[in-house]
Design a protein around this ligand. Structure first.
Ligand code: CMC
Length: 431
């Protein structure tokens, strides 16, 4: 609509004054509201938006989501096409550089990632200090944060080459840390990376290699894992990405910022949901218990985990790909009996008024846990797998933040509703 005036006219009924605010890309600038004042010494109007439900904090070129239509694209490429034709490292390159790589660019990126997979031996000692039953996500948060002490050069944020090196280190080392966390839990010796294998294949090697001289990954599992990593690679300004950007905005090094993103992802409302789904399905136990479970959710006794999304008000496109892939994995390793409960639960929920009215559909976590479980992975490793996949996205968003002239240290405002000024009362005089 080129002829339409791209402005918003607001009248402040407290003063009767009218203001014209520019509209750009469907947004007004929150700072423009500050011109709206009742007096010269008034601070000016602010917008109040707990949980940032309607606040754009950045202009981004990385990921596009249309939650109403169920569309997800990385740098313009539909997620379905990337899942079918691309590889995780190619997607990581795309997210980071903005374009698909040429063959030689991809080869040199793959080479760099493959040759940064080792972690310092001191990390093994750090791992040994965790309790035998430590949650691998807790271990991941700690060991990623600890990496910052091994790479003090990562503080050099103004050097693009240094930033690029840290990106490669992080993408390369996340699977190693994740696998070590798993092996620690199992009381098994750590397995060093194998440079002959693909990213996902090497991860399987570090998880599952026992006494064999050379580990050969199952190609179906290797491909499924790679696709799962692609599907998790970015999701624009979600909770953990916002955490990465917030910590990054203070110019902390990327290892510290990424550890904080992992901590955010750990929460059951975010990346912990895949684990919660499998626990929920196990607890439901049989199809005959689904109706009563749905009733308990509707009565507010808990949530249907793996359902609902802040942005998607339609079927999550990632869940569609994962549901289809689940059957391919089951053909290879045997059916996970929980899938029948999940499919029936989905069917009943999607026909139920409570879920229909609130536009609650399966999200990425609803089926992913079932695949991970069939691969022989324990539930508490699921969010760690999410973190490996999300790492390139977090880093692309961090890079974008640092090269955005409009960004400054993140610092929201508040509406103070606490007590007015009052005088201190000495302890002896308090009741
Ligand atoms: N089960 C039952 N009711 C739900 C659910 C659910 N899973 N999700 C939302 N609702 C209800 C909620 O009770 C509320 O109802 P009412 O209007 O009557 O109060 C309404 O739907 C809106 O919910 P909300 O909590 O305001 O929505 P939100 O955008 O703040 O929350 C969410 C999004 C993902 C945290 C939420 O849907 C949820 O807790 N889902 C279950 C956990 C889950 O699967 N998380 C993974 C998200 S996808 C992976 C990722 O990106 O991290």
């Amino acid at each position: 609509m080129p002829d339409e005036k791209q402005t918003l006219t607001v009248t402040d009924n407290r003063t009767g004054k009218t203001y014209e605010l520019p509209i750009q890309d469907g947004t007004i600038r929150a700072m423009d509201l500050r011109k709206i004042k009742v007096s010269d010494d008034d601070f000016g109007l602010m917008s109040y938006d707990p949980a940032f439900k309607n606040t754009a904090s950045t202009r981004s070129r990385i990921t596009f989501i249309d939650g109403g239509k169920g569309i997800l694209r990385y740098r313009g490429y539909p997620i379905e096409q990337l899942a079918e034709h691309s590889s995780f490292l190619e997607v990581a390159y795309l997210l980071h550089h903005g374009e698909l790589p040429s063959r030689s660019e991809l080869e040199s990126f793959q080479h760099a990632i493959t040759h940064h997979t080792m972690v310092h031996e001191n990390i093994r000692e750090l791992l040994d200090s965790f309790r035998y039953d430590a949650h691998p996500m807790g271990i991941l948060v700690s060991t990623v944060g600890a990496l910052s002490t091994f790479y003090p050069d990562a503080k050099n944020l103004s050097d693009p080459e240094s930033r690029n090196l840290q990106v490669q280190r992080l993408i390369a080392k996340m699977p190693t840390l994740a696998a070590y966390a798993y092996r620690h839990r199992r009381g098994l010796p750590y397995v060093y990376p194998d440079n002959d294998l693909s990213y996902a294949g090497n991860f399987l090697n570090m998880l599952f290699k026992m006494t064999e001289v050379k580990y050969t990954p199952n190609p179906v599992i290797e491909k499924a894992l790679d696709v799962l990593f692609i599907l998790h690679a970015d999701h624009e300004q979600n909770c953990s990405t916002t955490t990465m950007r917030t910590v990054g905005s203070a110019h902390s090094d990327p290892f510290s910022a990424l550890a904080s993103a992992c901590a955010a992802l750990y929460g059951p409302l975010h990346g912990g949901a895949n684990e919660a789904v499998v626990r929920m399905l196990t607890q439901i136990g049989s199809k005959s218990n689904i109706k009563s479970f749905i009733e308990s959710v509707k009565n507010g006794e808990g949530r249907l985990m793996g359902f609902g999304h802040r942005v998607y008000k339609n079927y999550d496109p990632r869940a569609k790909v994962i549901k289809k892939m689940a059957y391919q994995v089951f053909d290879e390793v045997g059916k996970n009996p929980l899938i029948d409960i999940a499919v029936e639960l989905e069917k009943i929920a999607l026909e139920d008024d409570y879920f229909v009215k609130r536009k609650l559909y399966p999200n990425v976590d609803f089926y992913s846990g079932l695949i991970y479980q069939s691969m022989g992975l324990p539930m508490d490793l699921f969010p760690v797998l999410f973190a490996i996949g999300r790492t390139p996205g977090w880093l692309a968003q961090w890079e974008e933040l640092l090269s955005d002239d409009e960004q400054k240290i993140a610092r929201p405002r508040q509406v103070y509703v606490g007590p007015d000024k009052r005088d201190y009362v000495p302890l002896s005089e308090r009741g």
